[in-house]
Design a binder for this molecule. Structure first.
Ligand SMILES: NC(=O)c1ccc[n+]([C@@H]2O[C@H](COP(=O)([O-])OP(=O)(O)OC[C@H]3O[C@@H](n4cnc5c(N)ncnc54)[C@H](OP(=O)(O)O)[C@@H]3O)[C@@H](O)[C@H]2O)c1
Length: 288
C-alpha cells in the first residue's frame, strides 16, 4: 500500500496513474440531513474519499457537507476524492450526458470518478461506454469507471473505453469471495471498490472476526475494513453515527498477519451475497 503525499498521507491504490484513497465513506440510504452532517463529520475525522450516486437522492446534500468542511478549513477540494454514479435509466448517450452534468451541478464540483451503476443489456455497452468517455471529455468528471460488472463484461467495457476504467465497485466483504474479479481488475490496471464492506453490519456478531479483534484490541468493523484494505481493495463503509465513523477510521495503526487474513477469507460462502440486482442477461463470476 503506497503512502502518498496527497490525501493527508493516507494509504491509496493507484489505478492507471490515478490515486484513490483506500478508505472512503459511503452514503447510500442517508437522508439529505444525515448525508450533509455525516459527510462533513467524516471529513473532519480524516476520511478523504466520499461515495454517492444519483439514485441515492443526496448528491446535493453530500456536496453541501463537503462545502461545509471546506468553509471550515477542514479540507480543500483537492484534498478529497469524490465518486458518483450514472443511474441505469440514463444509459443512452443524451441522458447520460444530462445526468453527468446534473450530478456535477448538484455536488457543486467535478467528481473525481463517475461510474456506471449496474450493467444493462440495452442500450449496447458501446453506446454507454462511449457516452461515459464523452462525459469525461466534456469535463463532467475527472475519471470514469464501473460498478457491479462481472469479469467478462468488465473486460468488454475496458476494451471499448478510450479512457481507463479506474475502478469496478462491487459487493465485497468476508462472506463473499471476489477472487476472480480482484484478479481481473489487476490484469486490467484497474481497482476494486468494496460496497457493503461490513456486510451491512453482519460482521459485528462474527465469532472468528471477534477473536482476531480481541487479539488486536480492535472492533469487528476495524478488522473487517483492515482485511479489505490489506488486499489493496478500497472500502466505503457507511454509518449514520459519528462514533462509528470514527471507529471505522481506526484501521491505520495495526496489521493483520497472513494467517489472520486467511481466517477472514475462509468465511466466504456460496450464499454470502446480500444485494443481487444483476440483470439476468449477465452472470456473476463463479468463485471457488
Ligand atoms: N454500487 C452499488 O451498487 C452499491 C450498493 C450498495 C452500497 N454501495 C455503497 O457502499 C456503501 C457501503 O455499503 P452499505 O451502506 O450497503 O453497507 P455497510 O457499510 O457494509 O454497512 C452499513 C451498516 O452497518 C452499520 N455499521 C457501520 N459501521 C459499523 C461498525 N463499525 N460495526 C457494526 N455495524 C456498523 C451501519 O449502521 P449505523 O448507521 O447504525 O452505524 C449500517 O447499518 C454505501 O453506503 C454506498 O455508498 C454501493
Amino acid at each position: 500500500m503506497p503512502h502518498s503525499p496527497s490525501f493527508s498521507g493516507q494509504p491509496t491504490v493507484t489505478a492507471s496513474g490515478v490515486e484513490i484513497p483506500l478508505l472512503g465513506f459511503g452514503t447510500w440510504q442517508l437522508e439529505p440531513d444525515d448525508a450533509r452532517r455525516m459527510v462533513r463529520e467524516a471529513l473532519r475525522i480524516g476520511y478523504r474519499h466520499i461515495d454517492t450516486a444519483w439514485i441515492y437522492k443526496n448528491e446535493k446534500a453530500v456536496g453541501d457537507g463537503i462545502a461545509d468542511a471546506v468553509a471550515e478549513g477542514i479540507v480543500t477540494r483537492d484534498d478529497i476524492f469524490v465518486t458518483t454514479k450514472i443511474w441505469v435509466e440514463h444509459f443512452h448517450r443524451d441522458a447520460l450526458l444530462r445526468q453527468a452534468e446534473e450530478s456535477a451541478i448538484s455536488l457543486g464540483l467535478t467528481p473525481d470518478l463517475l461510474l456506471l451503476h449496474w450493467p444493462k443489456p440495452t442500450p449496447a455497452l458501446e453506446e454507454t461506454i462511449g457516452a461515459l468517455n464523452e462525459a469525461k471529455e466534456k469535463g463532467f468528471t475527472k475519471n470514469i469507471g464501473l460498478s457491479n460488472f462481472p469479469s467478462a463484461l468488465f473486460r468488454e467495457a475496458a476494451a471499448l473505453s478510450s479512457a481507463p476504467l479506474i475502478t469496478n465497485q462491487v459487493e465485497y466483504h468476508p462472506y463473499l469471495s471476489q477472487k476472480t474479479l480482484i484478479e481481473t481488475a489487476r490484469e486490467l490496471g484497474s481497482s476494486i471498490t468494496a460496497w457493503s464492506p461490513l456486510a451491512q453490519g453482519k460482521i459485528a456478531d462474527d465469532a472468528v472476526i471477534g477473536e482476531i479483534a480481541r487479539a488486536h484490541g480492535k472492533t469487528n468493523g476495524q478488522i473487517t475494513l483492515r482485511w479489505i484494505m490489506q488486499q489493496g481493495v478500497i472500502a466505503i463503509p457507511r454509518t449514520t453515527k459519528e462514533s462509528r465513523a470514527a471507529e471505522n477510521f481506526g484501521l491505520f495503526d495495526f496489521e493483520l498477519s497472513a494467517d489472520e487474513m486467511a481466517q477472514v477469507s475462509a468465511l466466504a460462502r456460496p450464499d454470502g451475497r446480500i444485494g443481487d440486482w444483476l440483470d439476468e442477461a449477465f452472470e456473476w463470476d463463479q468463485d471457488a
